[in-house]
Design a protein around this ligand. Structure first.
Ligand code: NAD
Length: 333
């Protein structure tokens, strides 16, 4: 069987996912949910989408009665993820939701609960969890090749343009760089170290309070501590380019990735040499593997379910709480 997917939100990333899905073997784009009729027409023509699988934001609850759509992939601005996933669950469809899954852990938990109650799956667009060089590092770590893991460094940032975009609007984005790009270092720290952190501390700095308004973070540094004693140091920013780097250090070796989370190719090396796994379009791999998780109950090497995303949201909540004062907070994930 093939997972029949409708995409909600036909913006820049939705477009990228749709292109990539053309090469999926276990999933197919069969529907759209959009507020823009002209885009729907274009997508219908390009992907052969039948009219009966096209919805807008007012009427998509009726997807409940459409047996030809299995899952809806939510690719809208962050604030719209939570209400959308609740409606998708109520319609009895599986949800794939972009990162960050929600604006805070409470919303995230409500999404997990709603999908559990409706007996549908909730997966999150953590595409790096399927990237071959990333998985090679995880394999090496699991086999002890780095020894005891001691340190992770994550640098996630880019210089953001247009000051009027939704990413700089607190209501739609839920914050600033941390919600959008810093989440890669948060999630990356967990899958690179292979543990969930037990404490966090953070510091915020802002050079442009006009562009980055109250509640929209420009730059945040944060540190995490892990149960076995490893520590992580991370930077999230909207005001520096060329920041896409992961470094993992253990007492027997190291791994580094740069770029570490961009669209690829992902490049890097370990103490044993260059990482050489060939590049595959991340979104093609991700949606294919997610089809296996949804249709066949397969497990991802690094889980991509809503429960995992709630952990990241708890870390985000804690960072926003402590970054004003630099206090250290215990985490219970
Ligand atoms: P975008 O602005 O390009 O697209 C957003 C789409 O949502 C647009 O088509 C817009 O019309 C639609 N939309 C629906 N309701 C809206 C509303 N009330 N206000 C504004 N737009 C509305 O954004 P994007 O870059 O495609 O990001 C969408 C989501 O995907 C975000 O959550 C983002 O974090 C995520 N994303 C993930 C990755 C990744 O690599 N996993 C990459 C980029 C974006």
């Amino acid at each position: 069987p093939v997972l029949r997917v409708a995409i909600m939100g036909l913006g820049s990333y939705g477009t990228r996912v749709a292109e990539a899905m053309q090469n999926c073997k276990r999933a197919k784009l069969v529907g759209v949910i959009s507020g823009t009729p002209a885009k729907v027409k274009d997508w219908q023509a390009k992907y052969g989408i039948p009219k009966k699988n096209c919805y807008n934001y007012e009427n998509y609850d009726s997807v409940k009665d459409n047996p030809d759509i299995d899952a809806i992939y939510v690719i809208t601005p962050n604030a719209l993820h939570h209400p959308a996933v609740l409606r998708i669950a109520a319609a009895g469809k599986h949800a794939i939701c972009e990162k960050p899954m929600a604006l805070n852990a409470q919303q995230g938990q409500e999404m997990v609960d709603a999908c559990n109650k409706a007996n549908v799956k909730l997966l999150v667009g953590y595409r790096m969890h399927f990237e071959p060089n990333t998985l090679e590092i995880i394999r090496m770590r699991n086999e002890g090749e780095f020894g005891k893991i001691l340190f992770f460094e994550g640098l996630s940032g880019f210089k953001i343009g247009d000051p009027n975009q939704w990413r700089l609007n607190k209501e739609l984005a839920g914050g600033g760089s941390l919600m959008d790009i810093g989440v890669y270092s948060i999630n990356g720290a967990r899958y690179m170290v292979g543990e969930d952190p037990i404490w966090v501390t953070a510091q915020e700095t802002k050079t442009d309070p006009i562009k980055f308004k109250e509640g929209v973070d420009e730059t945040i540094l944060f540190q995490l501590g892990f149960p076995t004693g490893a520590v992580a140091s991370c930077l999230s920013t909207y005001s520096m380019n060329h920041l896409d780097r992961f470094f993992l250090n253990g007492d027997k070796g190291f791994a580094e990735l740069q770029p570490s989370t961009g669209y690829g190719p992902i490049k890097g090396r370990t103490h044993k040499g260059e990482l050489t796994k060939p590049h595959v379009t991340h979104q093609t791999l991700q949606v294919d593997k997610m089809a296996g998780v949804i249709l066949a109950g397969e497990q991802a090497v690094v889980p991509v379910d809503g429960v995992e995303a709630v952990k990241d949201l708890k870390i985000i909540d804690a960072i926003y709480e402590v970054c004003k004062t630099g206090a250290k907070k215990t985490l219970e994930l």
